[in-house]
Design a binder for this molecule. Structure first.
Ligand code: CUA
Length: 368
C-alpha cells in the first residue's frame, strides 16, 4: 500500500461513535431494501395469478377464502416477528455499553441491568398471546371449511391412477352418470362434493386456488369439497409423490355458469356424431381394435377402463393429464410414441401404420 492511500485511509477512519451511526445507517438502508423487496413480492402475487395458476395466496370460493385469509395473517405476523426480533438483536449488539471495554479481548464486558427480568415476562406474554390467537383462528378455520356451507348438489368421484385422474359424475338418475378424465367441470358458486380413492398408490388431490390437499389412498374413501365463486379454469396437481410421472399428473377444474354446466353434462352423455367420413369410420374400427381394450368412448364398442375415458376428448384442453396441449400434432405424437413423452406410463407403443395413426387421430378429432 503506498503512502498516499495509507494516509487517505487513516484520515477517512471514523471515530467509534460516527462509525456506529454509519453502520446503523447502512443497516437501515439494507433493511429498507429488504422490506421493499418483501412488499413487492407479496403485492406481486395478486395480479400475477393468471400467470401463476398454482399460486395458493389467492382463493376463489367459500372453501378457500377463510384459509387464504389465515395464510396472509400468519405470514404477516411471522414477518413482523422476524423484523422485530432482528431489530432488537441488532439494537442490542450496537447499543453503547455503560461498562468500559477491557483492553483484554478475552474479557467480555458484563452488565447487570436492574429489572431486566421484566422484559422476559413481557416478551413471553406477548408471544403466548399471539400463538394462542393463531391456534384458535387455525382451529376455527379448519372447522369452518371441513364441510360445505350448504348441501352439495353435484357429487363427483375422483380416482387416482398412475398418472391421471378418473372422474365419475354421480346422479340419482342413473342415465346421467358418466365418466371422464383429467378435467373437472363444476357449476360456479355451488359447492361440489369430491369423493377420493386410488387404484394403485397414494396420490393427493390439490387445486391450490380452490382447496388444500386431500390424499387419494388405495382401499380407503376420502371426502373433500370444492367451490369456485366465479367462472374460470383452476389448475390442479397431484400433491403427493406417486412415481416417475408424478409431475405430469395435473388436472383442471373448469367452473361455468350453472346452465352452461348442465348443458356440458348433457352433451357428455351423447355418443360421437353420426355423420362420419370414410377415414373417420376406419379410424373408429382401428381405435376399437387397438385402443378399445384400455380406453372407452361412449356410443362405441370401445369400453376399456384401464386408461382415461376418451369420450368428447376434443372438449378437453390438454392430453396425458395436463402434459401436452390438445392439438392434432401433439395428439399424433402422443399416440405414435407415448413412452417418449411420458416414460413409464401404462400406454404401450402400438404397431400402427401411418394411415392407421392418421385415421385414429381423425376419429379422435371427431369426438367433440
Ligand atoms: Cu399422483 Cu403424484
Amino acid at each position: 500500500m503506498d503512502r498516499n492511500r495509507r494516509a487517505e485511509k487513516a484520515s477517512s477512519r471514523p471515530d467509534e461513535k460516527t462509525g456506529t451511526s454509519a453502520q446503523l445507517q447502512k443497516l437501515d438502508r439494507a433493511t429498507g431494501r429488504i422490506s421493499l423487496a418483501v412488499f413487492f413480492l407479496l403485492s406481486a402475487s395478486a395480479p400475477a395469478r393468471a400467470d401463476a395458476p398454482m399460486a395458493y395466496t389467492v382463493g376463489f370460493g367459500a372453501r378457500n377464502f377463510p384459509v387464504v385469509n389465515l395464510l396472509w395473517a400468519l405470514l404477516i405476523v411471522s414477518l413482523l416477528v422476524i423484523l422485530i426480533v432482528t431489530g432488537l438483536v441488532i439494537a442490542g449488539v450496537l447499543r453503547p455499553r455503560d461498562v468500559p471495554r477491557s483492553t483484554d479481548p478475552r474479557l467480555v464486558p458484563l452488565e447487570r441491568p436492574e429489572r431486566g427480568l421484566a422484559w422476559i415476562y413481557i416478551g413471553t406474554a406477548i408471544s403466548a398471546a399471539v400463538l394462542v390467537g393463531a391456534a384458535i383462528w387455525t382451529f376455527s378455520t379448519l372447522a369452518a371449511v371441513s364441510g360445505p356451507p350448504r348441501d352439495a348438489k353435484v357429487k363427483i368421484h375422483v380416482i387416482g391412477h398412475q398418472w391421471w385422474w378418473e372422474v365419475r359424475y354421480d346422479s340419482d338418475d342413473t342415465s346421467r352418470i358418466f365418466t371422464t378424465a383429467n378435467e373437472i367441470h363444476i357449476p360456479a358458486g355451488e359447492p361440489v362434493r369430491v369423493e377420493l380413492s386410488s387404484v394403485d398408490v397414494i396420490h393427493s388431490f390439490w387445486v391450490p386456488q380452490l382447496s388444500g390437499k386431500t390424499d387419494l389412498i388405495p382401499g380407503q374413501r376420502n371426502d373433500t369439497w370444492i367451490e369456485a365463486d366465479r367462472p374460470g379454469t383452476y389448475r390442479g396437481q397431484c400433491g403427493e409423490y406417486c412415481g416417475l410421472q408424478h409431475a405430469h399428473m395435473a388436472l383442471a377444474v373448469i367452473s361455468e355458469q350453472p346452465a352452461q354446466f348442465q348443458s356440458w353434462w348433457t352433451h357428455q352423455l351423447e355418443g360421437p356424431p353420426a355423420s362420419q367420413t370414410e377415414t373417420v369410420a376406419a379410424g373408429e374400427t382401428n381405435f376399437i381394435a387397438k385402443c378399445g381394450i384400455c380406453h372407452a368412448v361412449r356410443g362405441t364398442t370401445a369400453g376399456g377402463r384401464l386408461g382415461p375415458d376418451l369420450s368428447h376428448l376434443m372438449t378437453r384442453q390438454t392430453i396425458a393429464a395436463g402434459t401436452l396441449p390438445n392439438t392434432p400434432g401433439y395428439l399424433s405424437g402422443w399416440i405414435a410414441d407415448p413412452q417418449h413423452i411420458k416414460p413409464g406410463n401404462l400406454m404401450p407403443l402400438l404397431d400402427l401404420s401411418g394411415a392407421q395413426l392418421a385415421a385414429i387421430r381423425q376419429f379422435l378429432e371427431n369426438l367433440k
